[in-house]
Design a protein around this ligand. Sequence first.
Ligand SMILES: Nc1ncnc2c1ncn2[C@@H]1O[C@H](COP(=O)(O)OP(=O)(O)OP(=O)(O)O)[C@@H](O)[C@H]1O
Length: 253
Amino acid sequence: MNGKWLAWLGAVDLPEPRRDLAAVALSGVGKVYVTGAGEFEALRGIDLTVEAGEFVAVVGKSGSGKSTLINMITGIDRPTAGSVWVAGTPVHGLTENQIAVWRGRTVGVVFQFFQLLPTLTALENVMLPMDFCAVHDPAERPERALRLLELVGVADQADKLPANLSGGQQQRVAIARSLANDPPLLVADEPTGNLDNRTASAVIDLFAELAAGGKTILMVTHDDDLASRASRILTVAEGRIACSAATGEVCDG
Ligand SMILES: Nc1ncnc2c1ncn2[C@@H]1O[C@H](COP(=O)(O)OP(=O)(O)OP(=O)(O)O)[C@@H](O)[C@H]1O
């Protein structure tokens, strides 16, 4: 990374994530998409608090607004109403430059199709967010990345390119990458959608372990069995939270 780039990162002045506050706090969050066909209200006044260390599954029919909700929390998109606080930072108030750096330090994102860089080894993929955010001493990054690969059980694959790994191994590398800068929050959109049942179950075990270790996990899934392994299930319907219940409990409405 060149000096100019590092200087730019240094110029983005952001507070450290607050691990003692709610991981996610949304108030009155709305999202209206404007399309050629007119306006579409994808989120309608969402109020939501997720405490640090919770493992929350987000479920709901296709088109109900799950990804839109997640995108508000990761700062990938912005609400048209309301406020979004993540680990003590008002995400709705950050500039685009601030959001990129903020996300790299505060939110680990895990995708359905892994999205590893194909020309980098597993170890290099995990080091990438460390390089981008410059949180850790460069000399410590390879060892730190290897420790994260160990944590997710694929340290023996460190020197392989993604194409030479199974889907489950690639997702483990992607989870290690999401942990690179020790973010308080992990957000996963259909992380098991491209994995067989057994591998999916192992990935959920890993999320549960990470939550037990203090990470907050927010996971979108279409799989009710996997959702039931979270500590809370949020059901989204027509842009609203129709139900928020501890696993095993039933909603009134
Ligand atoms: N960029 C966009 N522009 C316009 N409409 C959008 C946009 N993104 C999403 N929508 C619409 O908003 C609604 C919610 O979409 P969203 O992707 O959040 O649903 P979802 O619950 O994640 O669905 P799925 O389970 O199929 O991924 C849908 O009707 C969708 O068509």
